[in-house]
Design a binder for this molecule. Sequence first.
Ligand SMILES: NC(=O)C1=CN([C@@H]2O[C@H](COP(=O)(O)OP(=O)(O)OC[C@H]3O[C@@H](n4cnc5c(N)ncnc54)[C@H](OP(=O)(O)O)[C@@H]3O)[C@@H](O)[C@H]2O)C=CC1
Ligand SMILES: O=C(CO)COP(=O)(O)O
Length: 339
Amino acid sequence: MTLGSSSGKVAVLGAGSWGTSFSIVLADAGNDVTVWARREEVAESINESRENVDYLPGVELPAGIGATHDVEKALHGADVVVLATPSQTLRANLATWAPYVEDDAVLVSLMKGVELGTLNRMSEVIAQETGAGPERIAVISGPNLAKEIARREPAASVVACADESVAKRLQQRCHSPAFRPYTSVDVVGCELGGAYKNVIGLAVGMAVGLGFGDNTTASLITRGLAETARLATRLGANPLTLMGLAGLGDLVATCSSPLSRNRTFGEKLGQGRTVEEIYASTRQVAEGAKSCSSLRALAASHGVDAPIAEHVDDVVAGRLTTQEMMNSFIARDTKAETD
Ligand SMILES: NC(=O)C1=CN([C@@H]2O[C@H](COP(=O)(O)OP(=O)(O)OC[C@H]3O[C@@H](n4cnc5c(N)ncnc54)[C@H](OP(=O)(O)O)[C@@H]3O)[C@@H](O)[C@H]2O)C=CC1
Ligand SMILES: O=C(CO)COP(=O)(O)O
């Protein structure tokens, strides 16, 4: 099956906040979209009431979106397969789904995490589990808070694939009246920008929860970007990617917005809630709470200094309080800004 540039069938696997919101983008761009939902009642609700009541209540889904609980049905005839599950479940999901993916279909990751244990990025997990080559694996990442996208508020994003012609065709497939995608060939940079900003979002949330203001958050955002760029460029990313939508853009959106689950998770920690209480209070994923550990390990394995990932991981694991984290950031050995 060859990837078309105008329209076609797209399977979106995952009917959470972002899978559903991105389905709206795809439908608005003219695609025939089938969303796979893990729970049958979510698929039924989308088909019958045109609403995903659990994740996007009050948002009417366009006619171009259908839903199913049957993954084989979702994947049949799809030349684009969009993956929108939590990062830590992707490998197990693909083990079941891979046999039903059409030959030559392009697999697109919307996920912003790094796998625990293997320290693999999502594109690496996709390659390992499906056997797809880099020309069939893409990433879409940028400042794209799901609720704003669902309301069709204007936003830009990056479509990255090692094969630029594939990125260009995917760009056409998801260019809607409210969503402007740019192409890139820097898959590593886009993925690490997306995963790392969640960890920085947690740190910023903690600072906000402790009652600190804009100097603290701006300092964390800026040093967070430096930390992200240090690791990403060591792994081959283009530094300009980290200055772009999938780096700085997403970092700013996440760290500024009360809509961000990662920032909110951090804020609750800063207010004194426990990790267990926060997990129990929501069904939604805050990727940074897991990826802080994998990014810390990834940075350590490449000899890269990653103080924010280390401290956030220590807080999430209960080894530090949020106030101790902030004190420790300031007390670290002094150095030049550009080191
Ligand atoms: N929300 C956002 O604004 C954005 C999110 N992202 C990224 O997209 C990815 C998905 O996030 P998002 O949609 O927001 O997450 P949500 O928490 O909103 O939804 C998660 C979805 O994954 C499903 N799911 C949970 N566990 C499993 C499993 N074991 N196997 C298969 N499916 C499972 C859930 O199903 P169920 O309802 O049955 O539990 C639900 O449909 C994340 O990596 C996130 O970082 C990227 C950009 C924007
Ligand atoms: O990735 C996002 C915005 O681009 C969503 O961030 P959260 O997962 O923190 O809600």
